[in-house]
Design a protein around this ligand. Structure first.
Ligand code: TYD
Length: 204
């Protein structure tokens, strides 16, 4: 492989995206592929500032600063993790990437198209973006069932806006995955898509 593959999983909170990302990583690893699993926000300095907003609320952090935190965090992720792994021919599976910035910070009033353009200046465009979709009611059921605490972003009105922005993204590299069926069925669909991308003939 000359350059690896970059695969991003995106979607609103509570769609089962992280679970699917983990199952996909297991699948590719068991098929012998070198996989690097990442997630944004990262655990780096900017990621920590972001986590503080998620747990404590936005406080006096302005929307401009919030957007900048996510971009700074991604810049570091690209330099330290994404670009080197792709250069080594690895498959990078990332749980959230710049489409999340376009949707979530877009929902604060920034132009999502502009956010995507600004990110694509420094962040490699994924070979595939899987937008994991489920109804907002189901998302909230999953959020409430799966966690003890709810983040400051997980508010219905906000996530509704975020979801509407995710609905506007299109392109040859974007696929929408219905996450309302049981998780194994969703995973089978994802694996078929990834087999297709990587030229793997059979589902193992
Ligand atoms: P999430 O993947 O949900 O983290 P966790 O698994 O720890 O809950 O991401 C945290 C939140 O950050 C989520 O609500 C989406 C939001 N987010 C943005 O607002 N902009 C971004 O650019 C990214 C990557 C995430």
């Amino acid at each position: 492989m000359e350059r690896g593959y970059l695969i991003a999983l995106e979607g609103v909170d509570g769609t089962g995206k992280s679970t699917q990302c983990g199952l996909l990583a297991d699948y590719l690893e068991s098929a012998g592929y070198p996989v690097v699993r990442l997630r944004e926000p990262t655990t780096g300095v900017w990621g920590q500032k972001i986590r503080k907003i998620l747990t404590e609320g936005r406080g006096d952090v302005t929307p401009e600063e919030e957007l900048q935190y996510f971009i700074n965090d991604r810049r570091e992720d690209v330099e330290q993790n994404i670009a080197p792994a792709l250069k080594q021919g690895k498959i990078v599976l990332i749980d959230r990437y710049y489409y999340s910035t376009a949707a979530y910070q877009g929902a604060l009033g920034f132009d999502p198209v502009k956010i995507i353009k600004e990110n694509e200046v420094f962040a490699p465009r994924p070979d595939r973006v899987f937008i994991i979709e489920v109804s907002l009611d189901e998302s909230f059921r999953r959020i409430e069932k799966g966690r003890d605490t709810i983040s400051s972003f997980e508010k219905r009105e906000y996530l509704e806006k975020v979801g509407k922005i995710f609905d506007t993204f299109s392109g040859d590299h974007i696929r929408r995955i219905d996450s309302s069926p049981p998780k194994d069925e969703v995973q089978a669909v994802l694996r078929r898509e990834v087999n297709d991308l990587l030229g793997i003939k059979e589902i193992i």
